[in-house]
Design a protein around this ligand. Structure first.
Ligand SMILES: *Cc1c(COP(=O)(O)O)cnc(C)c1O
Length: 321
């Protein structure tokens, strides 16, 4: 058993996000569906990037006063980081690997990042790390103490945030309810790595199913394995190879690609019980969950916790749903 509790003081902890039982959906699909609502985190626009950035920045306080990070046009991580930096009065430069939108106003996450005063630089995908270096040296030249954060908030403190979040779930589920399965959308894999590490501690018999939103199975699995290893090393805990379930069969044609079954699942969940999902992340994960139940990978009657990681701004910014 491990129990790490160092980074965030009690009084700095955010309020817990609810775990809700979805009665109608449960009845229809034949499992007990609980949803951990991290989209409802009350700061930095919510979602898993808000939970992560709080831990990441906390670790940098007293060392930094500016941030460089990167992401796509509708990056939730960029948005959460921009809000956090504005709150602290830190300068931020966002390296966006896309062309600048041609419309008069930006949309969704990008709009919020700009509104919060982030400097936004649009670059070619292949130039991201070069441009991050350049932004770092610009900031140093201007007298700042900058730190960089990898896209998606992929780092040990990001993993740690979700290790702690599993403890939060454990304290919330009433006695006797044990999640047999946790299903979530997996991108950089940081969130999944933290949940796996957390479950080793809190729910050792729970299977964690990551549904990939972009990466191929082998690459995604290796990166999650590395993230868990790095996390345990950081906290000087002995590490053994983990069983990692990272499924790339619900991606469609790639990141942000949509397909009819995905749209169908999103519409169905919204109409059936007001469960709002987005087409980039949570919709793919939820469609995967439904398929797992249909095919029998998740047996009927199981307790399933769907970890809602956010994405409402992606839903709003998407024009094809
Ligand atoms: C980034 C993101 C994910 C994936 O999280 P990772 O930790 O990068 O795997 C899932 N859902 C939403 C809404 C996200 O913004």
């Amino acid at each position: 058993m491990i129990d790490i509790n160092i980074a965030i003081n009690e009084n700095e902890k955010h309020q817990e996000t609810p775990v809700q039982y979805y009665e109608k959906i449960s009845k229809i699909i034949g499992v007990n569906l609980f949803v951990k609502h991290d989209e409802s985190i009350q700061y930095y626009g919510g979602g898993n990037k808000a939970r992560k950035i709080k831990y990441i920045i906390k670790d940098m306080k007293n060392k930094a006063n500016a941030i460089v990070t990167a992401g796509g046009l509708q990056s939730n991580h960029v948005r959460a980081t921009a809000i956090q930096c504005a709150e602290l009065g830190w300068k931020s430069i966002m390296i966006i690997h896309a062309e600048e939108p041609k419309c008069e106003y930006y949309e969704g996450n990008l709009k919020i990042a700009k509104l919060c005063g982030a400097e936004i630089r649009f670059v070619d995908k292949k130039d991201v790390s070069k441009e991050m270096d350049r932004a770092m040296s610009d900031l140093k030249g201007w007298g700042y103490q900058p730190f960089y954060i990898w896209g998606g908030g992929h780092c040990v403190m990001g993993t740690y945030a979700y290790y702690e979040a599993v403890k939060e779930v454990k304290s919330q589920l009433s006695r006797g309810i044990y999640p047999n399965y946790i299903v979530l959308a997996s991108g950089t894999g940081t969130t999944q790595a933290g949940i796996i590490a957390g479950c080793n501690n809190a729910f050792p018999n729970t299977k964690v199913f990551g549904i990939s939103v972009a990466r191929k199975k082998e690459r995604g699995t290796n990166i999650i394995q590395e993230a868990i290893k790095e996390f345990y090393k950081y906290f000087q805990i002995e590490y053994t190879n983990q069983n990692i379930h990272f499924d790339d069969s619900f991606i469609g044609d790639g990141y942000e690609s949509i397909y009819p079954e995905l749209i169908g699942a999103i519409k169905w969940a919204a109409r059936t019980e007001g469960l709002l999902l987005d087409p980039t992340y949570t919709g793919k994960a939820f469609y995967g969950l439904m398929e797992y139940v249909r095919i029998g990978i998740i047996p009927k009657g199981a307790n399933v916790l769907f970890w809602h990681t956010g994405g409402l701004l992606n839903l709003i910014a998407n024009k094809s749903i």
